[in-house]
Design a protein around this ligand. Structure first.
Ligand SMILES: Cc1ncc(COP(=O)(O)OP(=O)(O)O)c(N)n1
Ligand SMILES: Cc1nc(C(=O)O)sc1CCOP(=O)(O)O
Ligand SMILES: [Mg+2]
Length: 227
């Protein structure tokens, strides 16, 4: 099963003094808001363009059947690229799809219930807005990653919280659980979040609405994250 958590052996691959014990920041794609039959081909081009750690199926206006159909088509593609499939909001659908995990917002249900439904290996991510307290609570409740945002303006979703990037650096000093930065992130504004300590950049609009192509945007992220 694809994993998006920190690889405990990773730090030992750095010679002493190099790296800070955490793997380099990776890209975590959030799906376009609506599923299009042509999307699998777009996704393959994107996954050919640069490394992607995880893909979240986030179809807020779709029926359960539409989510299941989309997930069923995308799952083997993601598996072929070793990209974790995370389902937004719905542990029950994540289980039905045999996905790699679920992302829960603060109103999306209990972490322990999702864990008992999905099992030990599942990746459970939790939205923590700009709150250190919510992040500590999520970690104590068994989350596999915490997500902070929205760092920038975004047209993808109405947001009210605007964390300072320093929350990412703080998190890396208090927890080994990865932190995800989300909200309006593009190759042009991501550097401060990477420098602050983001383990993952979660991105939707900048990729799917890119002026040239989604693949060009993923290639630009790859350049940034390699640097
Ligand atoms: C990686 C990641 N971080 C945050 C969110 C937002 O989740 P939530 O607050 O539940 O809002 P919706 O996405 O459900 O509208 C996320 N989906 N992914
Ligand atoms: C789904 C989501 N959650 C956010 C949060 O702040 O919790 S911001 C956001 C939108 C992410 O898409 P884009 O990369 O297009 O801004
Ligand atoms: Mg949600």
């Amino acid at each position: 099963m694809a994993k998006i958590d920190l690889d405990p052996e990773f730090a030992s691959r750095f010679p002493e003094g190099e790296g800070d014990g955490r793997p380099p920041c990776q890209l975590y794609l959030i799906s376009p808001p609506a599923y299009d039959p042509g999307f699998p081909e777009v996704l393959k081009a994107v996954l050919d363009a640069g490394p992607v750690a995880a893909f979240q199926l986030r179809l807020k206006d779709a029926s359960d059947m539409e989510i299941m159909r989309a997930g069923g088509v995308l799952k083997p593609i993601l598996a072929a690229y070793d990209v974790a499939l995370i389902v937004n909001d719905r542990p029950d659908l994540a289980r039905e799809l045999d996905a790699d995990g679920v992302h829960l917002g603060q109103g999306d249900g209990d972490i322990a219930e999702a864990r008992s439904l999905l099992g030990h290996d599942a990746q459970i991510g939790v939205t923590c807005h700009d709150s250190r307290h919510l992040a500590m609570e999520a970690a104590e409740a068994g989350a596999d990653y915490v997500a902070f945002g929205s760092f920038y303006d975004t047209a993808t979703k109405e947001t009210v919280h605007r964390p300072d990037p320093s929350i990412l650096g703080w998190w890396t000093t208090v927890s080994e659980i990865p932190c995800v930065a989300i909200g309006g992130i593009s190759p042009g504004n991501a550097a401060p979040l990477v420098e602050a300590g983001a383990d993952f950049l979660a991105v939707s609009g900048a990729v799917w609405n890119h002026a040239d192509s989604p693949a060009a945007c993923v290639a630009a992220f790859a350049d940034l994250l390699r640097a």
